[in-house]
Design a protein around this ligand. Structure first.
Ligand code: WTA
Length: 631
């Protein structure tokens, strides 16, 4: 790339532009806005449909939009089946490396056999179209086989991130009313075995709907298996019923593909629903255009499939586009901080997509861990999950990408299914800006009066249109969907993402962060209310207020203000105990950085904790408008 010092921008070289899948932004953008439905219909033609749609967008039941209404499709038919009829059949679909050094690879042909076997096992356990299967797994191939197997037979997967505690897992299983849970005896992380099966055992006790738990053997450590409930996958897989042939179900474009729980402003996580049609079109189009996917590419999305990034860009989009995906089980610095770079060199990875937290975490070990490896296979880099600070951007660009790889800083959400704001490889880049709206999207920054703010001013990010990747709703809670995303701009019909941002004179969008009660810790999405209820569930805690404060490595860290029961005195031991209590209730990712014992919390007259005031006080900033403060 070419750095222009005056503009502070990085320009793509001719090579990058010449080979790009999309060579021009403005014209296509204009077309995609003026002819949104035609644009998306054209993109949908890249996929194989059992039956074409009757209507591109059905908006009769706003905001429950239906894309490609009347169409019949299955995402697995596009991600696997159709490749079997082409030269992709013998191409590597998945390369997996375990933290302990195990390596497994699967061609599209082999992937189809594994997924079909898994699908037949699920069927033999009575899983039918529309049933929700909960998957709680380490990052091993069977995790994605299980997801694809559900989709193949028209069942719905609900993947719960393996770092969540038994309490958090059981809450999600109960909401989804899963009858079948898929797990493993554990996985390797930082050289240790994670006891996933033990956590499942504790969780399912609280889930009356669960009848079957299927366990994949990964580590071989001892686990408790209950008669008539627990089955080893390798036992089931060896039965005649688990044949490697399985018909792919014809699903409606708007049939649910998966449910993914995400944190919002209330204590209860929301089950975001995505469906086969629009999601396939949106994820594969964004992936093809933004990551400039070529048939020979080896694509590594380093996210866990337990999060939306893993669903969309580790699994579905790259397989639909016929790429070779790479998947790694463990920690980036195990056994040494060159683990990632060694694997990029070893497998010849062309595109790396990861988070600012991971980049900052690896940056602190210094350049030599990276530069001792030949990373010349890399062509493009990506970032997601939180704003990337320019310092980390430059390190990623210079040391990892060798000053030749454009960085695709992609802004999006669990709800949006795929990239909403992103550069393209042909675009000049500004470190720290996610650049421009993706095709079809009109994105603005507005003030409290819903008017567009001036260039450079901060305001609320809004999306003024709908797109095929948009979630179809919140499971069992349509009102919450309306209230959270559509109420605020009801008159305008805009989508409300809950982020604040500014747009500069060149039209580049700079996302600042969440403006609601969601915290991004190391890129993980957590709800303040969830952490507060975890704290309050401790017998000695009366009230709690949780805020994010800036953290060098994690982006944000959790700081909890806690009011103790009368007669209880604060102590170091109690601080540790409360931190551990949150870990027990939610999982290690939610562990507070600091517990501050307080006598009172700033509240509105109606009793709502004013987290904004807590944050301003902690940072020594102006408290802003405190006219509603009760004290
Ligand atoms: C934040 C993750 C700045 C944002 C895909 C959003 C980002 C939330 C970026 C969604 C980015 C994601 N720059 N902020 N490139 N990408 N975010 O649902 O606050 O886990 O609202 O989806 O992450 O988090 P979620």
């Amino acid at each position: 790339m070419i750095f222009d010092e005056n503009k502070g921008m990085y320009f793509p070289t001719e090579d990058i532009v010449n080979q790009a899948n999309v060579k021009e932004y403005e014209k296509l953008y204009k077309y995609s806005i003026e002819h949104r439905e035609e644009f998306w219909a054209e993109q949908a033609e890249y996929l194989d449909w059992f039956k074409k749609w009757d209507k591109v967008l059905d908006d009769t039941d706003k905001p429950f939009y239906k894309w490609f209404q009347g169409g019949k499709i299955n995402i697995v038919h596009n991600a696997i089946d159709r490749h079997l009829k082409t030269a992709n059949r013998n191409k590597i679909a998945v390369i997996w490396e375990g933290e302990n050094g195990d390596v497994r690879t699967f061609s599209y042909h082999a992937l189809n056999r594994e997924v079909s076997k898994f699908a037949n096992v699920l069927k033999s356990m009575g899983v039918k179209k529309g049933d929700i299967v909960t998957i709680y797994m380490p990052q091993i191939p069977e995790q994605i086989f299980a997801m694809l197997a559900c989709a193949k037979i028209g069942a719905v997967h609900s993947v719960v991130y393996g770092g969540f505690s038994n309490e958090a897992l059981s809450e999600r299983i109960r909401d989804a009313e899963s009858r079948v849970v898929v797990t493993a005896d554990g996985g390797f992380r930082r050289g240790k075995v994670t006891d996933l099966k033990g956590i499942v055992n504790e969780a399912v006790v609280l889930c009356p709907t669960v009848e079957v738990v299927i366990t994949v053997k990964r580590t071989g450590h001892d686990v408790y298996m209950e008669n008539d409930r627990d089955y080893w996958y390798h036992d089931l897989e060896s039965l005649p019923i688990a044949s490697p042939n399985c018909e792919t179900e014809e699903t409606d474009a708007n049939d649910m593909l998966f449910l993914l729980y995400t944190s919002g402003s209330t204590g209860k996580p929301k089950g975001m629903m995505h469906s086969h049609g629009g999601y396939s079109v949106y994820t594969s189009t964004t992936h093809r255009m933004v990551f400039d996917i070529k048939p020979e590419d080896r694509f590594w999305c380093a996210a866990d499939p337990g999060w939306i990034t893993g669903h969309s860009y580790l699994l579905y989009a790259p397989l639909i586009n016929g790429s070779t995906i790479f998947m790694y089980e463990g920690a980036p610095n195990h056994p040494y901080p060159n683990r990632w770079w060694r694997m990029i060199e070893k497998y010849g990875i062309n595109i790396l997509y990861t988070s600012p937290t991971a980049i900052r975490g690896l940056m602190r070990y210094g350049d030599s861990w990276v530069t001792r490896h030949d990373l010349s296979s890399l062509r493009l880099l990506g970032s997601v999950g939180e704003p990337i600070n320019p310092e980390a951007w430059r390190w990623y660009y210079k040391v990892v990408g060798g000053e030749k790889c454009p960085i695709m800083d992609t802004w999006w959400q669990t709800e949006t299914g795929g990239f909403m704001i992103t550069p393209l490889p042909i675009m000049p880049l500004k470190p720290g800006s996610a650049s421009k709206p993706f095709f079809g999207n009109e994105i603005s920054v507005v003030n409290e009066q819903h008017e567009e703010v001036k260039a450079g001013e901060e305001g609320a990010l809004v999306i003024k249109n709908v797109w095929p990747g948009l979630a179809s709703g919140i499971y069992k809670d349509p009102e919450k969907f309306v209230e959270t995303y559509w109420k605020k701009y009801e008159k305008e019909g805009w989508y409300h993402p809950g982020d604040s941002a500014r747009i500069d004179e060149d039209g580049y969008i700079w996302v600042i962060g969440r403006s609601d009660d969601v915290i991004k810790v190391s890129g993980y999405r957590l709800g303040t209310a969830e952490i507060e209820s975890a704290l309050v569930s401790h017998p000695l805690v009366v009230e709690a207020g949780v805020i994010p404060l800036p953290h060098n490595l994690k982006g944000n860290a959790i700081h909890a203000f806690v009011i103790l029961k009368t007669g209880t005195s604060p102590s170091r031991e109690l601080e540790t105990e409360l931190k551990e209590h949150v870990v027990k209730m939610m999982g290690p990712i939610a562990k507070p950085e600091e517990i501050i014992f307080s006598e009172s919390l700033p509240k509105t007259r109606s009793g709502k904790i004013m987290r904004r005031v807590l944050k301003a006080r902690a940072l020594g900033q102006d408290e802003g408008d405190i006219s509603t403060l009760e004290e």
